[in-house]
Structures are given as C-alpha cells and as structure tokens.
Design a protein around this ligand. Structure first.
Ligand code: CA
Length: 594
C-alpha cells in the first residue's frame, strides 16, 4: 500500500472527536491521550496491546455511564434505530479464549482473543451457534435469506451452480440487508461476498479503496522485513475501508456494515502462528479434537489457523475503536461470528459434526442486552437477520425460517432459552465439484439439540470427502469439471491434508483416517455432552432407537415443511439439473424410510 494513502493521525482524531455527542468527548479525549502515551517509547511493547485494549474499554464504559446518567432512555440515531456491524470470519469455527472450558481441554485454551472476549462479556455469548451449511456460498446465502440453505436454489451450493432456463428459488430472495436499506439504512461491505453482490447493494457498496491485503494476512506479514509494522498496516487497511463506509452515510443515518475478511480461510503460511502471534504449537499437545493426529505437523497447522483467528480478532478491535471514535459505539449492535468450521482438517468444513458447523457468536448492544449472559441452547445464524430486523423495528418476511434472538438477550428475560426453538437444522449438498465421480454431492442433513446430534447421510454409498486413495491423480471426468493437476476434494489443501495423503494406509493413522475419510453409515447419533468430539455413533444401539426415531421424525418434518429438494419428489433434485449439469454418471437415490 502506498503510505500516502494513510490519513494523518491527528486530523482523524480531531474529526472523530468533533463527530461525538458531548457526553463522549471527555472519555474519548482520555482514550487518545492514553493511546499517545502507549505509543511512546517509554512503554514496553509487550504491555502495549493490553493497555490499548484497556483504554478502549475504559472509554466505552465511561462513555456509557455518562450517557446513562444523562438519558433515562437509550439515545439512538435516526428515530431510534441502531447501527449494525457484523464481523464475519471466513472458515472460523468456535475458537475464542472465552470458550475455554477447564473440564474439556481444547484449542480455546491456547488462542487469545481479547476483543471477542470483551464483547461477549459485555454482551451475550452463544455457546452453541451453528451455521446452516458448512460451505462458504450457501452459508452466507442462508444468513442473508434467513432461511435453510436447501431452499435457496442456486445458492444452496458452493459457487451457486445453476443451469440457465430453470426458475431459480434464489430469485425470490430479497434478504435482510436490502430490507434494512429500504427502511433507510446505509449498507455496505468489505472483503469477501461469495453470493450475489446485489443482495448487499452491489459492487458500489463494496468498500475496498484501501485494498484487500488483510485477506492474505500471514502471507503479507511473514514476508515483511518488519512483521509488526506490517500487521499494523494491515489493520489500518481495515480501519480505512470501514472509515470510507462511515463517511458515506447521511447525517443520523443508521447503518449496516458487513466485514468479511478471508484470512482465516486457507492458505495461511506455515509457521505464522508462532512467528506472528507467539502461539507455540506444542501448547496444543493434548488439546486437539481426538479424531485428529496429535503430531507436530497438525499442531503447527492448527496453531497457524489460530494465528489467523487472532488477526481477525485484532480487526474486530479496530472496528470497535472506530465506532467509539465516531460516537456510534453506544448505538451499535456489534456481532462477531464465522461462516463454518475449520478448513483442511477431517470432520471440519463440509461436515455436520460440531467441528464443521459450530461457530463463535457474540452480540454486543450497550444497555439493551443482558451483559455477560451465556446462552447454551442451539441457535442458527439464520436467526441473525430476524434479530437485526427486530432491533430496527422491522418485521421478518413470511419466507424466513430464522427467529429473532432479541427476547432471549434482554435483561428482563429470566429464562433466555425458553423462547428459542431448542434445536438447529444443518446440512450440505455439493461443495467442490471434483470430489466424487460424476460431480455428485455428498447429501447430509442433521438436527442438533442441546444434547444430541442426529445425522442422515442420504447417499452412504458415496465417499464423504473424496474417492480414495487421496494421492490418486485427478480422474479425466473431474478434469473436465475444472480440476487442476492437484486434486480438489471436500477437504482444503494444507499440511494436515498432505499428512493424511502421505501416510494413507499406514496403521498409525488408521483410526483417524476411518473417522475422517471412510464411508459413513446412513444414520449417525451422538450424545454431544458425553462425546463432545462425536466419534461414538449410537444410532444402532438398542437403547437409543426410540430417541433416534423421534429425532428422525422431527428432522424429516422440518425438511419436508421447507420443501427440501432432497426429501420431496424423488429426492434426487440436487443430483441433476438445474442444481448441477446433467451427467449420466449421476445416480438416483431415494430418501430413507420414515
Ligand atoms: Ca468459508
């Protein structure tokens, strides 16, 4: 980036103070004075991040207290409507230090996410937030449409494939961002979209004038002579893109901003977790999910992933700073989450186990929400749109499956979970088109309750990740589908995948290979409380048959009510046009018996 693009620090600060309401000016001035002291050479560099974070939160708290003393009611801009900022990391599973649980060692004991943690502590933390589908395009489309992924036609699958000439259910989707825009909101986004941009106002609403280098965070920081300076530059890019968005709004116009960096998506740079974030891979010893090989290769790979998650967390801190600086912090709903679980690890992305569909979720809205509340009941990210609409005084549309989370988050609600649906529906169809012969999807649906996960694998004769051996060259018919010399599978490239490829067939990883890559039974049932890694399938145990049938009926009822193409008609719609190009190799399957 050309350094001349950077706005001088002093004018930005002054502008920030000018735009504040009077009650926020004094604490904000304290913040900037404190920041100046922190930046001085007198402060040890190790202490800087902690002091900086503390300063920001002191300002936020004091600003809020002063405001509260002045106004019995929350003061909001533009007829009482809150701003909404949605920080949404690509491929980020449920990793944040606040999720660390002494009773269950996990990577959350190693990661350090001060910004997410503070937002969760001052707002509401969801412990079982699930995406609709663990794949980029359909997950995002489900959120925008506020409905199950399988209802979205072309946007039910990665890269929205569709045969022209067929009516596309996605065409009927307006989505909550445009509903907010219709109501007067200024909407905009930065970094990844991956769905029809027009549902977020089109490319003119894409704020990227200062670059998109943050998407390749470790790639840029690792090659810089001064990694710390480069990290600061990358965070300034986030700040400036967001600043452009804020500058475009009309006076007192509420806004919705969608921040979608992709740095947590592979490929990150090997060794970057240690070098950029001082995450020691050995600290993950004994903390990885039991279905992953606990060796140096996988631990380092995971440490690098956590490093990118920490970069995202630092960017969330930048958004928060800017909201405080322009006086909008008090009137902003800040939401932080991810689009699905970890990429490039077996049973993560593209899978319906918690490792694939569980994401972080914290919602912060000063003075409106029950600070520090934790909600364990399963929720879905399709619930976010109705939540935002209710906060803005708007109604969800009849075609939305999601439910607002507002009531569950209010201080006046004594039993937060009681109004929630108590379960989430997840599923998947095609991810990459080269994973299986004929380009066939791997169809799955599941229901996740507080205690159980029940999965239907509709085509157990297919390979869930790829047809082995993993080292096999790309088949001719797959090459015609756009595959390159390297084989694309439903597991992303990376050191962990390379490890499985190299040692495939070795007895030393037989158990992990079986859990990750082998064909799966038609039905899977897990007690997620007793078996958090979901490796002990209870679906065929006699004592669980009544429960399994009950969950089966509940899941199938929801799918049928939603006209899921996988369970209506012949159940083969996703295997054929218009969901995929016609292909004689595509088989015909039927939904399982009730
Ligand atoms: Ca993704």
């Amino acid at each position: 980036m050309n350094t001349s693009q950077f706005q001088p620090e002093r004018p930005r600060i002054q502008a920030g103070i000018r735009c504040l309401r009077p009650a926020c000016r004094l604490p904000t001035l304290i913040y900037f004075v404190t920041s100046a002291l922190i930046e001085s050479q007198a402060i040890n560099t190790i202490l800087k991040p902690a002091l900086h974070s503390a300063a920001v939160w002191i300002v936020a708290l004091s600003c809020g207290l002063i405001q509260a003393s002045l106004h019995a009611q929350v003061e909001t801009t533009s007829a009482g409507r809150p701003n909404i900022v949605f920080a949404f990391a690509d491929d980020l599973g449920r990793y944040a230090s606040i999720y660390s649980d002494p009773s269950r060692p996990s990577p959350n004991d190693v990661i350090h996410t001060p910004n997410f943690d503070q937002i969760a502590m001052a707002g509401v933390l969801f412990q079982n937030a699930l995406v609709s589908v663990p794949s980029c395009t359909p997950s995002r489309a489900a959120i925008v449409s506020c409905r199950h992924f399988f209802r979205n036609g072309s946007h039910s699958q990665l890269h929205h494939p569709w045969v022209k000439g067929f009516p596309d259910p996605w065409d009927q989707v307006r989505g909550f961002p445009l509903i907010l825009q219709d109501a007067g909101y200024h909407i905009g986004w930065s970094y990844k979209m991956h769905i029809s941009e027009d549902r977020m106002g089109g490319s003119q609403r894409n704020y990227k004038a200062h670059g998109s280098r943050f998407n390749s965070f470790s790639q840029n920081a690792m090659k810089a002579d001064d990694p710390e300076a480069e990290k600061a530059k990358l965070l300034d890019e986030v700040r400036l893109n967001f600043g452009d968005f804020l500058a475009d709004r009309q006076p007192d116009q509420p806004f919705y901003y969608w921040f979608n960096p992709t740095n947590t998506h592979r490929a990150w740079i090997q060794g970057s977790g240690k070098k950029l974030w001082n995450i020691d891979p050995d600290d993950l010893l004994g903390k990885l999910p039991s279905f992953l090989p606990d060796n140096a290769t996988v631990r380092e790979d995971f440490a690098d992933y956590l490093g990118e998650a920490q970069a995202f967390d630092a960017a969330v801190g930048v958004l928060r700073e800017e909201l405080i600086a322009c006086g909008e912090w008090e009137n902003t709903i800040l939401v932080v989450s991810g689009d699905h679980g970890a990429p490039g690890f077996p049973r993560g992305k593209c899978n319906l186990y918690d490792f694939g569909v569980q994401v972080p979720l914290a919602i912060h809205w000063p003075k409106h929400l029950a600070a520090g509340r934790r909600i364990a009941a399963p929720v879905s990210l399709i619930d976010l749109g109705p939540t935002f609409l209710e906060a803005a005084g708007l109604e969800p549309t009849a075609d939305m499956d999601g439910q607002s989370l507002i009531t569950a988050m209010l201080p006046s609600t004594d039993t937060p979970a009681s109004g929630l649906r108590q379960y989430a529906i997840v599923g998947r169809e095609n991810h990459v088109d080269q994973a299986r012969p004929g380009g066939l999807p791997y169809p799955m649906r599941a229901i996740r309750t507080s205690q159980y996960l029940y999965i239907i694998n509709f085509a157990p004769d297919r390979w869930p990740v790829a047809e082995p051996p993993l080292s096999a060259p790309l088949a001719e018919d797959m090459k015609s589908r756009g595959g390159s010399a390297s084989r694309r599978m439903d597991i992303d490239y990376g050191p962990t995948r390379d490890f499985f490829t190299e040692f495939e067939g070795s007895q030393s990883i037989a158990k992990e290979w079986e859990l990750g890559f082998a064909k799966r039974p038609k039905f899977e049932l897990y007690d997620v409380l007793q078996d958090p890694d979901q490796v002990n399938n209870l679906a065929h145990a006699g004592e669980f048959q009544e429960l399994r049938q009950q969950l089966h009926t509940q899941l199938m009822s929801e799918l049928q009510a939603g006209n899921d193409p996988r369970v209506i008609g012949g159940g083969t719609a996703f295997d054929a046009p218009p969901y995929a190009p016609g292909d004689p190799q595509r088989g015909v399957i039927v939904p399982p018996a009730e």
